[in-house]
Design a binder for this molecule. Sequence first.
Ligand code: DX5
Ligand code: ZN
Length: 243
Amino acid sequence: MSRSSKPLPATADAPSLRLAPSILSADFARLGEEVRAIEAAGADIVHFDVMDNHYVPNLTIGPQVCEAIRPHVKIPIDVHLMVEPVDALVPLFAKAGANYITFHPDASRHVDRTLQLIRAHGCKAGIVLNPATPLSWMDHVMDKLDLVLLMSVNPGFGGQAFIPATLQKLREARRRIDAHVAAGGQPIWLEVDGGVKMDNIGEIVRAGADICVAGSAIFGAADAAGSYRGVMTGLRQAAATPA
Ligand code: DX5
Ligand code: ZN
């Protein structure tokens, strides 16, 4: 598959993949240390899961926690809003230091407006599609997307098993994005979230993902010294190993 339109620039540390540890699986009592540890271990992005016990059956963290961790790292904070309604939280997270804000379009009454709102607050904007949510949600807002996040589990909890049908959906999303870029459109990053592990990250990247979120796979695998360097390097190597 041609990856010529791949939007993310390569770096020495991340030649073809951005790793975004999800702090949902971090030790919440030591969140500052945890985000510093993943940055030191080579993380590209902090993935920040916001759950409201309404859109999803769980409750996590909000803008004040985002603001609290912001000074601890330089890498972008990727706020994944699993909330309904969406819009009121956008300015609060932008002010709290979020760099990317994604939301589930089925939780926003006016998807186009929400995307514009996120960009107007200086953040990159994206939609998140659940396993059973069709890619057609992208159709009329392609020009307003900076990223698309495909859920490979049903949202609400860390540590769930990857849903294999996501691979075909990733390939199709990659094809649509590449066609959009080839026709002169802006870059759109393709992110995958849920059940990403050492044994499936290769397939996921080959299916077209630019950014892989991983929670339990990273935070559950600190080495004896408490570093995440080993697991992150392992994930990158697994991602780069041919099938
Ligand atoms: C699930 C969250 C994910 C989750 C991923 O609703 O959006 O970001 O933390 O965790 P793992 O990698 O353990 O599936
Ligand atoms: Zn997430």
